[in-house]
Design a protein. Structure first.
Length: 336
């Protein structure tokens, strides 16, 4: 994604203004700033690793937690070599997925001789330990086929890397990892359609009140699908916005407005984070920079690829990444 997007692996690169109009941020994004890329990468890896310790401990001690939801995690648990290994595996998988997403954009830019920076990772104390990564495209993208290819390359890469990560994680998750978990004090995550189908084959139907405590690799793949789906919304400067503009031209702005309304509905009914995402997109703007060949047909092959992107979006989309945190539920908690 480019610097105009909100978060690293969660957005897509977009056309830039001519070089004379690009904001002067050379102190941060100028030449010879590889030290910044490396520093942010290392900090992000550490941030993801420390978050992964918690997910790994929850996985290893899932049975104990199911018996005692108030079980405290002491420092000794995080020194467990198995937990450290699981967290390192989680970190490696997630970093590779995010890196693959951005390198998909970067290498496609190189293919078309577009100037672009190496990925900038964003460490953050969040559910994933990061806000993703982004690249800055310094050249204007003036042709639809280039815009389409740059836009779709990131989601394709993150999806391709997330799928085997999920499959491996499900294979490593014991069939006994199904527990009766208390709703109070437990964080429940929503599943994308792809994971639901795979889990149904692996574990069958679950009894009411029971949930699967997945191997950390599944969570890394889950995060990869979330990144993929959030990028594929056909709005503005997101990857999906670039794809939509390449296919529909200026008409894609109307599609973006519709999906902005969808974000509001999703925020009220499923997850309040969609409202934050909608606000961030509004700050960037719904208008997409034009290409000189906007009225020319894109070509059948790329239109088929656009259909594939839609299928990937459907398989990856998670209406409620964190359950129980929609606007209605939050209001109920504040004013019972």
């Amino acid at each position: 994604m480019d610097e105009n997007r909100i978060d690293g692996g969660l957005e897509a690169p977009g056309p830039q203004a001519p070089q004379s109009q690009v904001p002067r941020t050379s102190w941060l994004f100028g030449k010879n700033r590889a030290w910044l890329n490396v520093s942010l990468f290392v900090l992000t890896a550490l941030s993801i690793f420390f978050v992964g310790l918690s997910w790994s401990a929850n996985y290893k001690y899932a049975e104990e937690i199911s018996r005692d939801p108030n079980l405290a995690m002491d420092a000794g648990m995080f020194k467990d070599p198995q937990i450290i290994f699981l967290s390192a595996l989680f970190t490696l998988a997630l970093i590779l997925i995010l890196l693959g997403h951005e390198m998909g954009h970067y290498l496609t830019c190189r293919r078309y001789h577009l100037k672009a920076t190496l990925p900038y990772f964003i460490p953050a104390p969040t559910l994933l330990g990061t806000m993703g990564a982004f690249i800055r495209i310094k050249s204007p993208i003036t042709r639809k086929r280039e815009l389409f290819d740059v836009g779709i390359a990131g989601p394709l890469m993150s999806f391709v890397l997330s799928v085997p990560t999920l499959v491996a994680g499900l294979f490593l998750t014991s069939k006994n990892s199904v527990y009766l978990l208390s709703r109070e004090g437990t964080l429940f995550l929503g599943d994308p359609l792809f994971l639901k189908v795979l889990a149904a084959f692996r574990f069958g139907s679950l009894e009411p009140g029971k949930a699967i405590v997945y191997h950390p690799l599944v969570f890394a793949g889950w995060a990869g699908l979330l990144v993929t789906a959030m990028n594929l919304f056909p709005i503005g400067q997101l990857d999906g916005g670039h794809i939509a503009y390449a296919i529909l031209g200026p008409r894609s702005k109307s599609v973006g407005r519709i999906f902005l309304g969808v974000f509001v509905v999703l925020g009220v009914l499923f997850w309040a984070g969609w409202l934050v995402w909608a606000a961030a997109i509004l700050l960037i703007g719904l208008k997409h920079p034009p290409t000189w060949d906007a009225e020319m047909p894109l070509g059948t092959r790329r239109k088929i690829m656009g259909g594939l992107a839609l299928v990937i979006f459907i398989l990856s989309f998670i209406p409620d990444p964190v359950q129980g945190y929609n606007v209605i539920d939050i209001i109920k908690q504040l004013w019972p």
